[in-house]
Ligand binder design. Structure first.
Ligand code: SF4
Length: 534
């Protein structure tokens, strides 16, 4: 037995304590071996179970298999604890696919998360570790592994290996076996269920019928089909999240409104107590007044529709979404929403593309005249591949800021680093006070927000975690006075496309001198800008 950790201080006392710990553990193993008899192995002494039995793979049986070493509340390697066990079923949403489970670990000290997956052993598959019946993998949600992740995964692999053996028979049910369970229980009572400040991101990736220039997501994963398994899973996700206290629902996906049973899903959500709805959709289907009325009629009083618009004129919008006629449908949808829900229920959103970067000032003015909130954000990739449309459609951040500065319109575009905006705006005499937001929801890069613990993902996106774009830490962050409103992270794909010359730390003196430059027009950007490019 060896001690493989590193001592902070190698004092004689600590060395002695570490030595005593090792000897103590070795003696415990010796004692166990003696107690278990001559046929016992080291694995037996460490807690291996070798009974011949049959288990049905489920959340409960997996928890039992890993117990008592890996249970919620037990401090594990790397400082993590087990937070939740749930289905991870990206390619397994169809009936007949075998269940795979995700184990979510969290480390409170630095809010790191690690999601391990355990499913049937797949010959030739890519796995972190394999045992007799299981494959163990993990998801990084677009980031490099957090420190301590490997130690945690090794601990998980060890415990799994100790419990899994040739005498064990494991029945892997299909994914429906898991989702049917919550539906069999009593419906959550809205009054009794607790409330927590979190959002269920229910990705219903029905076909949007558009071909947006900046979006590659439909090329990576086919739209969701309408089948009973999928429908059951949506309802199960809603029930499970509601039971945890979540009342805010974000309907997302390529176009959730194109899902034939969206009204049923929404009605169920409202019935079990979701009372804050955010709908992200191209919105073209809301041009149908009857359908719009049906959805608004079901939606809770607290609702917000995020409607993408890329140009005030039809030719620009239609060019960006690659769909002739889309602009006129969006305008009709806006009329319907205003009539049924009022302008305050609408946020116009736009992803800034090379095709339409010049439209930003006009779009903002259009939103202001119509009484809509307005939010702009930079595009982000749907994958890390160079073939992603992000690489051809993303404009340079300084070009975006320069366009707005030239128009005297210092808009906050989420994803334009504050240091880049700062220099462009200041060169036109536009002071910091007129554009900088200290709202934490405006910091950070778009495309990485789904890493936040404030989002829980529906089954279709759990394994993908919803895609979270890879980020790297800005090398200047530690010297930058704008680090806090910025978030200090940069999109890896952006750096690959444009390099890092635009990003330079802003010193405190520069910042103070700029505060009272010519006051501009303060941005009334709606604070709840939970955006996702589409
Ligand atoms: S932290 Fe880096 S990217 Fe962010 S504002 Fe400062 S220099 Fe720019």
């Amino acid at each position: 037995m060896r001690y493989r950790s590193r001592l902070g201080e190698r004092t004689p006392e600590l060395l002695e304590q570490a030595g005593a710990l090792v000897i103590g553990l070795a003696e415990t193993v010796d004692a166990s071996l003696e107690r278990l008899g001559p046929a016992a192995t080291l694995a037996d002494a460490l807690g291996a179970r070798r009974r011949a039995e049959t288990i049905r793979f489920s959340r409960a049986s997996l928890r039992a298999l890993l117990s008592p070493e890996i249970t919620p509340g037990t401090l594990l390697a790397g400082g993590f604890t087990l937070f939740d066990v749930y289905p991870a079923s990206h390619n397994q949403e169809r009936e007949g696919a075998r269940l795979e489970l995700a184990l979510e670990f969290q480390r409170l000290a630095d809010e790191q998360r690690l999601i391990a997956t355990i499913g049937p052993r797949t010959p030739g598959g890519r796995a972190f570790a394999e045992t007799e019946h299981f494959s163990l993998g993990y998801l990084t949600l677009g980031r490099s592994e957090p420190e301590g992740a490997e130690a945690l995964l090794r601990q998980l692999a060890l415990v799994l290996a100790l419990r899994d053996h040739g005498e064990l028979e494991v029945i892997f049910p299909d994914t429906l076996a898991d989702v049917k369970l919550p539906l069999l229980g009593p419906a959550a009572s809205p009054a009794a269920a607790p409330r927590i400040d979190a959002t269920l991101n229910l990705a219903i990736s029905a076909d949007c019928g558009q071909a947006c220039r900046f979006c590659s997501v439909r090329e990576l994963a086919a739209p969701t089909e309408d089948d009973d398994a999928q429908f059951t899973r949506y309802l199960a996700d809603l029930s499970e999240s509601r039971a945890k206290g979540i009342t805010r629902l974000r309907l997302n996906g390529y176009d959730p409104l194109a899902y034939p049973r969206v009204a049923e899903v929404l009605r169920f959500a409202v019935e079990i107590g979701f009372d804050d709805l955010h709908v992200f959709s191209p919105a073209t289907l809301l041009a149908d007044a009857e359908f719009c009325e049906q959805l608004v009629g079901i939606a809770p009083a607290k609702r917000q529709f995020y409607v993408p618009l890329y140009g005030v004129d039809a030719d620009i919008h239609d060019a960006v979404v690659g769909t002739p006629g889309a602009h006129s449908k969006v305008l009709r949808a806006l009329e319907n929403l205003v009539q049924l829900s009022g302008p305050e229920a609408v946020t116009l959103i736009t992803a800034v593309t090379r095709t339409a970067v010049g439209e930003l000032p006009r779009l903002r003015e259009y939103a202001r005249q119509r009484g809509f909130a307005f939010a702009a954000h930079m595009p982000y990739p749907s994958s890390e591949s160079r073939s992603d449309h992000f690489f051809t459609e993303c404009p340079q951040q300084s070009e975006v800021a320069r366009t707005l500065a030239d128009a005297g319109n210092p808009l906050i575009v989420r994803g334009v680093a504050p240091c880049v905006a700062f220099r462009e705006y200041l060169s036109r005499g536009i002071g910091l006070r007129s554009w900088l937001s200290l709202d934490p929801r405006m910091s950070g890069v778009p495309g990485a927000e789904y890493r936040s613990k404030a989002f829980r993902h529906g089954a279709g996106d759990r394994d993908r975690g919803a895609f979270a774009a890879s980020t790297v830490e800005c090398p200047h962050a530690s010297n930058c006075a704008l680090r806090e409103p910025c978030g200090g992270e940069l999109l890896r794909a952006y750096l690959e496309r444009f390099g890092s010359d635009e990003f330079r730390a802003v010193g405190l003196t520069d910042l103070l001198l700029s505060v009272n430059a010519t006051p501009g027009d303060p941005l009334s950007c709606d604070a709840g800008l939970e955006l996702r490019a589409r």
